[in-house]
Design a protein around this ligand. Structure first.
Ligand code: NAD
Length: 488
């Protein structure tokens, strides 16, 4: 954090204001208070950050060994852990999420991301192809200066998920965090510098997407863009990056189905569906916002889900029993509320929630919304097919597997799905037929960082995780050596 409640850019190892001194307000959505001012960057700051990154690549950073980089990543993880409480508090303040979520999910995952990629490069193997008359081996080289653009829902979690592999492979980074959640990115920059990453290796430019983000994507010296955010934004990023032949990774929106067959373990399925619906106020790209329930158990399922949902505690994000904090902004709450209104127009019945809760000051000013369950909507309507990204789910009955699959696949998105059944054959069959990058069976959000993560259709391009991240953040070079005639 900058001095006097200011969050500045971090460029070339230093906190840096914008050239024109412009600032914008950082608002805590749970209270609607301005908590800091943030430097508002644009093309000039991106230019400075890219120059610093290029200089770092031309300097000592490019000579580091794998073991040196792994040790730096481990040190970064240790320092994040040391400052874990502070980071969790800032994450909760900027996003409105509960402190419990920030301190048990967001920050531990950021630590894990650095440790994981330190381990990944220590154990990495590169390719070797023997031809008889020649042998081929594959070198991995850093791409160069890479741009990381991240969203507000899991700010440090997702930024570190890109930063750790980018640094592991020896790149220099310019990061553009969401303008709604700038706090933890700046602390990460301090931490990485303190951990020993040279000046210019990790830079942060704050600001708005069309100014700072767009300038980063359009900069010709930024050779890869890893973007996580909305599908519409991802399309703009793709259009700007394509003519420059940048490497591009796009992790975009979702409208993920939770499919519950009548033979599923009922209580476990309801509990999992509840979490998938409303964890982080439904603002996780993997949230299951469409519940498809086999007809024989549909009514009982809805009844149980509604009664558990009504028990969820909403309010003060720092109170230990709170399950739902506030949404990320008042503007976002307006958008989510508009979908509750649309659901009514489309003929849906709001079984619970979708209202502003009555909370004591200062939370009466916050962007809170009670969790909503909507039934009676056709599966193809707008409410049931567009990403809402809030605590609003729709429930739809189905009669057989084919209908469940048609509903599950009948959207423009394809990030994840979860299905609940005790029938192993069906689990395999349905999982393979789902048009999504990820499928969970009898669980949700169980993540192994080695596995490929990403979506199909409008949910994105490419995969992150394990070797997929290492591939993205490196250029491979094949070297073919002709063997002497004697050994042919
Ligand atoms: P967003 O698209 O509005 O913003 C994401 C980032 O892009 C922000 O940093 C923003 O400033 C920047 N940006 C905006 N316009 C830009 C432009 N023209 N050029 C470059 N950068 C630009 O998304 P959001 O509202 O912050 O996040 C919510 C969305 O993110 C949801 O759709 C959600 O599903 C998605 N998401 C996806 C994943 C995933 O892994 N697939 C994970 C989390 C969130």
């Amino acid at each position: 954090m900058g001095h006097g409640g200011r969050i500045l850019h971090f460029i070339d190892g230093r906190e840096t204001p914008s050239a024109d001194g412009r600032l914008f307000d950082n608002i805590a959505p749970a209270t609607n208070e301005v908590v800091s001012e943030v430097a508002r960057g644009g093309p000039a700051e991106v230019e400075r950050a890219v120059a610093a990154a290029r200089a770092a690549l031309a300097g000592s950073w490019s000579g580091t060994t794998t073991e040196e980089r792994a040790a730096l990543l481990d040190r970064a993880a240790d320092l994040i852990e040391l400052r874990g409480e502070e980071l969790a508090r800032i994450e909760s303040r900027d996003t409105g999420k509960t402190l419990a979520m920030a301190s048990t999910v967001d920050i531990p995952r950021a630590i894990a991301n650095f440790r994981f990629f330190a381990g990944a490069i220590r154990h990495e193997e590169t390719g070797f192809h023997h031809m008889g008359s020649a042998l081929n081996y594959t070198l991995r080289k850093p791409v160069g200066v890479v741009g990381l653009i991240s969203p507000w829902n899991l700010p440090l979690y997702l930024l570190s998920w890109k930063t750790a592999p980018a640094l592991a492979m020896g790149n220099a980074v310019v990061a553009k965090p969401s303008e709604l959640t700038p706090g933890t990115a700046s602390i990460l920059a301090e931490i990485l510098f303190e951990a020993g990453f040279p000046a210019g290796v990790f830079n942060v430019v704050h600001g708005f997407g069309p100014e700072a983000g767009q300038a980063l994507v359009e900069h010709e010296d930024v050779l890869a863009i890893s973007f996580t955010g909305g599908t519409g934004t991802g399309r703009r990023v793709g259009v700007a990056a394509a003519p420059l032949f940048k490497k591009l990774s796009l992790e975009l929106g979702g409208k993920n189905p939770t499919i519950i067959f009548a033979d599923a373990g009922f209580d476990a399925a309801v509990d999992s569906a509840l979490r998938a619906s409303f964890l982080n106020q439904g603002q996780i790209c993997l949230c299951g916002s469409r519940l498809l329930v086999e007809r024989p158990i549909h009514d009982r399922f809805v009844e149980k889900l509604v009664s558990l949902t009504k028990e969820l505690v909403i309010g003060d994000p720092a109170a230990p029993d709170t399950f739902l904090g506030s949404l990320v902004s008042h503007g976002h709450r307006d958008k989510v509320e508009s979908y509750v209104a649309l659901a009514r127009e489309e003929g849906g019945e709001v079984r619970c929630g979708g209202t502003r809760p009555d909370l004591p000051a200062p939370f009466d000013q916050g962007a809170f919304l009670t969790p909503a369950i909507i039934t009676g909507l056709p599966a193809g309507c707008k409410t049931a097919t567009e990403e809402i990204f809030g605590p609003v789910v729709t429930v739809h009955p189905f009669d057989d597997e084919a209908q469940a699959l048609a509903m599950a696949n009948g959207v423009d998105y394809g990030l994840s799905a979860s299905l609940f059944t005790r029938d192993l054959d069906r689990a395999h069959r349905v999982a393979a037929a789902l048009q999504t990058g990820l499928v969970w069976v009898n669980t949700w959000l169980l993540r192994d960082l080695r596995t490929p993560f990403g979506g199909v259709k409008g949910s994105g391009l490419g995969r992150e995780g394990g070797k997929w991240s290492l591939d993205f953040f490196s250029e491979t070079q094949n070297i073919c050596i002709r063997l002497s005639e004697a050994s042919e």
